[in-house]
Design a protein around this ligand. Sequence first.
Ligand code: SF4
Length: 210
Amino acid sequence: MNKQKRIEMLSRLRAANPEPTTELEYSSPFELLIAVLLSAQATDVGVNKATKHLFPVARTPQAMLDLGVDGVKHYIKTIGLFNTKAENVIKTCRILVEQHGGEVPENREALEALPGVGRKTANVVLNTAFRWPTIAVDTHIFRVSNRTKLAVGKNVDLVEQKLLKVVPAEFKLDVHHWLILHGRYTCVARKPRCGSCIIEDLCEFKDKTD
Ligand code: SF4
C-alpha cells in the first residue's frame, strides 16, 4: 500500500472514531494491566464481567495480594486459563509492591519482566495508560494489516516493526485501537464485511466479499 493510500485509510478510520480506546473497563494503569493480563485468549466482554466484581475489592496491588491466589480465582473463574492467570496476577502484584512502590512502571523492560506480561501487554499498557506511541499487534491487527497490505509480515513482531515504520506520527497514538476495532467488527476473521467497509476501495485484499 502506498503512502497516499495509507494516510487516506488512517484518516477515514480516525474520522469514524476520533477518540478510540480499549473496550476493557479500567480506572487506573493498575486495573488496565490486570485486565489486559486476564484478556489473553478471552473476550473483553468476558474480562469486564469478571473485573466488575474483582476491582471493587482489589483496586491496588496490595489489596490484590491480600486476596491471594484463591481469592483472585474466585472472581475470574469464568475466564479461560484462570488458574495460571490468578497465579500470574498475584506474582505480578508482589513485584509491583516490592520493587515498584505499588505502582505500574512506565517502562517497557520492567513491564515485560512481570509474570504473564509479554510484549503485547506491555505495548497496550504503555499506549493506553501512558500514551506512548507503541503499537501492540494482536490477532485482529495482524489480520487487518496483512489483508489491507498496510503492513505485511509473517509474524506479529514483523508487523509491529512495519507499522512503526509506515504509520505517520499523527496516527501512531491511536492506530492500535482503530485496527483492533476494524478487525473485531468489520474485517472479521472468517468472512470480512467488505460490503460495509469504509476503506474497501483502499484495501488491497484479493478475496474481498460482497
Ligand atoms: S475491504 Fe474487506 S478485507 Fe479489506 S479491510 Fe475491509 S473488510 Fe477487511
